[in-house]
Each structure stands twice: as C-alpha cells, then as structure tokens.
Design a protein around this ligand. Structure first.
Ligand code: SF4
Length: 387
C-alpha cells in the first residue's frame, strides 16, 4: 500500500510520521503549485469548493509518483465536506485513475466506519505501534503549532525581511525528520534557538490582526497566497484563530467524549447567528467579536469562493464590524486569486489600521490570552514548553 493524502499547511509532517510508523509507504504529494491548482480545477466541477479542486490536484500528482491509496477525512454537518470523498472518488474513476480511498469518518456517530478505516490502514500493526505512531504525530503537530505562533510574533519584528520565513522552512524539516517523540522535542528546541538568532526590532510598533474563516484557507499558504507572510513582512503580527492541534483536540477528542464546550462561541455570536451553519461559520463571527473586544487592530476573514458557512458569516460581518468598531476585510479566494491583487488590498487595509491607531484608537491587547501577543524575545522563550 502506498498512501497519500491532501495537503493542508504542515499537516503532511504529522501524517507522514503516523503512516511511516505504521509501516506504510507514504507518498507526500508535491507542494501545491499553480500546476496542482490547474490540474484540480480542470477536472472538478466549476462551483465545487476550492479545497476539493486542490485535493484532486494533490491526488493526481501523488498518483503519478506511485500512490495507490488516498486517506481522506469524512465529514458531517450542513456543508459540502461530507460529500468530498465520494465526489473525488467519482472524479478520479472518470479519469481512469484507480486509487483506493479510505475515508476516516468523524467519530461522532460513525464509530464503525472510523474503526473500519483505521483497521484497513493498521492491518499489520499492533495497538502499541498504533499508539506510538499517534504519539509521534501528535508531538509533531503540537510543537509545530507552537513554533508557528512564535513565527507570527517574530516575523512582524524581524530586521532582515525574509529571515523568519527562511528559518521556518528549516524548522519544518527538522521536525519532519525527527523519528521519536524525544527527537521531536529536541528538534523543537533547536528550532526555537534558530528563531532566537533572528535579529529583531523589539520596539517596532506593530499592528495586530486576527485571521478568521474557513480552516483550509487559513492553514494552506498556497491557497491564502501566503497572507501571513505578507502581513508579517509589512510589520503586522498575525493572530491565527485556528490551529490543527486545537482542531483535532476539539473535534476528534472532546467532541467524541461529549466534553466539547462551544458555549462561549454561541454566546458571542448569539445576537447575529443562533445556530451552527457548518464549517467555521459561527466561529468566524464569535472570534471576530472576541478579537474586537480584546483590542486587536483589525480582522481578516478568509474563505474559498462558494463556501456556504463563510458566505453566511460574510453577510453578518459588516454589522459586527460596525457594532464592535473593528475593521474587517474579507477575501473570498478561488483559483484565479493572485498575490498582486491581495497585496494591494492588504496595503490599503494596513494604511487604514495604521491611521486609526495613530488617531488614538485604543489597542487594549493585554486582554488576549494567546502566546501570539507576547512582545519580547524573553517572553517568547518563557512561553515554550514542549511537554
Ligand atoms: S467549509 Fe466551505 S469550503 Fe469547506 S467543504 Fe464546507 S462549503 Fe466547502
């Protein structure tokens, strides 16, 4: 079995570790490029969600490299994600590409299907091997999320433009190559030391902008046209609303054991939205309100064009922006989006936020309980604990 999976940011790092530990050969698709997007777009329905199209591009490129099995997440709820795997299977079959598809359904209400999917993957592995594979993948995910948060703080203050991005790529490789949980923590310490060597302008007056929206668009730089890098290099500290480890913990662990508590999200969004609309639609509203009340300078809302939950959120955000007195900029992205167009709008947004701040708009950032708000190098180091 040669397994592949879709790209989503650095998800390939823990997934490669997980499958390799199970003794499965892994074919990581090439990084998403314009070729990937063109390929996926050519063979997908025009109004399908952008992530579905790019997944198809990933699978076709991985098939060329010898992959014979795709592992996909399943979904439930009022958006199209639950149909992804079936639609993708049909598209690949129409193209004469024979890839087995293993769909890992969410545990809520789908225990048997999930168990069947995992069993077909771990047929030759005992429970201890599965546990070790899971522990390694989880350690990688946790440290990368933590380092990514630090990356946003550092990039906004780097003296030499691009130095944080260059270091981040090295860190990804270090963590990717670690073959035990202990090695992952050592790689993380090394990575942090590399960050510490970056020359900063610690007293630069940076703006702080929250990123909210659909998870794939938030986490995949090739889709959001590296908006976090663009903002960071303009001197903006990004506060990202979704991290994979949080998502896994909330949706796969806490939800399964009925320990998930979305009360705060529902409470904040209640004046505008009274029910779950799928994806992260409701969280987009509640997090925007939270960021406004926590003193962030602005919010950027990211979503794929035609994304149903985020279209609902987009229609509400202008009112939230007025009520909470926070500028909000929405990008609905598709395969035609280009960096130049984004850059121009980001620069205009940046000028707006800067002017507001200079005119004395209060930035009460201290209320945010998030490592991304840590201002100095010393505090950054102190916030790190890999275990
Ligand atoms: S959340 Fe949006 S982009 Fe994702 S599957 Fe649902 S509709 Fe498509």
């Amino acid at each position: 079995m040669k397994v592949t999976f879709p790209h989503m940011g650095y998800l390939y790092v823990p997934l490669r570790a997980f499958f390799s530990q199970l003794g499965i050969e892994v074919v990581v698709p090439p990084p998403i490029s314009q070729d990937t997007i063109n390929l996926g777009t050519r063979y997908s329905p025009e109004f399908a969600c952008l992530p579905l199209k790019i997944n198809i591009g990933n699978f076709l490129q991985a098939a060329e490299l010898g992959a014979d099995t795709v592992v996909m997440a399943g979904g439930i709820g009022p958006c199209r994600f639950g149909y992804y795997a079936q639609v993708q299977k049909e598209i690949l079959a129409d193209l004469g590409i024979h890839l087995d598809m293993i769909v890992l359904e969410p545990p809520q209400g789908h225990w048997r299907q999930l168990f069947r999917g995992l069993k077909s993957l771990a047929a030759n592995a005992g429970p201890v091997t599965v546990y070790r594979a899971g522990a390694l993948a989880w350690a990688k995910l946790k440290v990368l999320d933590k380092l990514a948060k630090n990356q946003f703080v550092i990039r906004a203050r780097e003296k030499v433009r691009g130095s944080t991005t260059q270091t981040w790529r090295i860190i990804l490789d270090l963590v990717d190559q670690a073959d035990s949980v202990q090695a992952v923590y050592i790689a993380a310490e090394q990575g942090q030391k590399l960050f510490d060597r970056i020359v900063l302008e610690p007293h630069r007056d940076v703006l702080k902008v929250g990123l909210v929206g659909e998870i794939y668009t938030l986490l995949e730089p090739a889709v959001n046209l590296e908006i976090e890098r663009l903002l960071g290099e303009m001197g903006v500290e990004v506060v990202q609303s979704v991290y994979l480890s949080n998502w896994v913990m909330t949706n796969l662990v806490l939800h399964t054991f009925h320990l998930r508590n979305d009360g705060e999200h529902y409470q904040l969004a209640a004046p505008y939205l009274g029910s779950f609309v799928g994806g992260h639609g409701l969280e987009t509203i509640s997090t925007t309100i939270f960021y406004a009340r926590s003193g962030l300078d602005g919010v950027i809302h990211l979503a794929p064009l035609t994304c149903m939950p985020e279209i609902v959120a987009k229609s509400i955000l202008p009112q939230v922006s007025v009520d909470e007195d926070i500028p909000v900029l929405t990008f609905m992205l598709d395969e035609h989006s280009a960096e130049a167009g984004i850059q121009t709008r980001l620069e205009a947004f940046y000028e707006l936020l800067k002017t507001r701040k200079q005119r004395g708009h209060k930035n009460n950032i201290k209320q945010i309980k998030n490592e991304s708000t840590i201002l100095g190098r010393k505090s950054i180091i102190e916030s790190l604990s890999w275990h």
